[in-house]
Every structure is written in C-alpha cells, then in structure tokens.
Design a protein around this ligand. Structure first.
Ligand code: ZN
Length: 187
C-alpha cells in the first residue's frame, strides 16, 4: 500500500535530481567549487537569490526583472532546519489577480503536488518544495510577463502563502553591461 507521503518523496527526489545542475550556488564556497557562484555573490542581471527563512519569511519582498532578459532565474534556499512536511518553502509565481485562485487550487492539489496545481497555466514558475538546507532554481521566459501587470510570488506551504509573498516587477532597466553585451554594442 503506497502512502501519499512516500509517493510524494519519490516525486521530490526526481525533481531534486533534475534541479541539481542548476542549483549549486549554496556549495559553501569551497575552493574546489569556485566556478559555482556563492550564495553571497552579486547576482547576475537576469537572476535573483532569495531565502526562505524560519518564521515564514522570504528574505526579499520585491524582485525586479529587466524586460531585456530572455530568461530570468530565481534561486531559492531554505535556511531553516525543518523537513518540508513540517515547514517547507518553495517559490511560486503568478499574476497577482490569479493568486487567490491559484492558492485555492494548490490546496486541493495537496502535498503530493507541493500544494501547486499541476499543469495550471496561471502558474508562471515554481520551484519544488524544499526542506531546511535545500536549494533549488527555476527559470522562466521573461516574455511571459506583460508590462503594467502585477505579479506576486509566494510559498505554497499551508499557512505560508499569506506571510511569505512578494511582488515581482517587470522593469525596462538596462541589463548592466557585461563583456558579451559590451561586445555586442561595439559592433
Ligand atoms: Zn514556506
């Protein structure tokens, strides 16, 4: 007899394996891992680092996304200690206008789906649900965001969605010039 919890763990293991390649920023900064950006590194122009903290808190309440990015990546780390079944954190993005309905659908989806409705077009991006000490990244095409629209990110763990949320804002700011952009401008 397969319990919901064990199936959920299997699903999470598969997701965690898939995310390992992209989610190595919390590699403690060992000298041998210098090619991995450390958690304290300055984020690139098309990514953001955010902590899910004890006490149902995100470390930041606003993420600004340049419309000049093709893809935007959010790196989430759960800085607490509890397993996800007790106090998980994830990062879910939707239009602010959809957020209540998405949260309600997520509660119906239940723990097997990390309280995120599967295959729901209103969910623009979502990491998997993390336990303390875990990290994950998710990327989404910036073309999915519309100028003038309001976007909200939140944690879908029950009772976390209200305190753990923030605004994601599409801005027309230039991506700070890196070597590749500077080279393109010189053509
Ligand atoms: Zn949470």
């Amino acid at each position: 007899m397969s319990s919901p919890i064990s199936r959920s763990l299997l699903l999470r293991s598969a997701l965690a394996s898939a995310a390992l390649g992209a989610a190595s920023f919390a590699a403690e900064g060992q000298p041998g891992h210098a090619h991995h950006p450390a958690a304290t590194a300055t984020p690139g122009p098309c990514e953001a680092f955010i902590e899910g903290q004890p006490g149902k808190r995100f470390s930041t309440q606003e993420i600004r996304v340049s419309s000049r990015c093709d893809l935007f990546t959010v790196h989430l780390v759960h800085t607490g200690r509890k397993p996800w079944q007790q106090a998980g954190h994830n990062w879910v993005l939707a239009r602010s206008a959809d957020i209540d309905a998405v949260i309600a659908s997520g509660m119906q989806a239940g723990p097997d789906r990390a309280w995120v409705p599967r295959g729901d077009a209103r969910v623009i991006a979502a990491t998997q649900m993390l336990s303390g000490g875990e990290h994950a990244s998710v990327s989404f095409p910036v073309a999915r965001l519309k100028a003038g629209e309001q976007y909200t990110y939140y944690c879908s763990f029950p009772t976390h969605a209200e305190p753990m949320r923030g605004q994601l804002v599409l801005v027309d700011a230039a991506v700070p010039a890196g070597p590749s952009l500077a080279a393109a401008q010189n053509r």
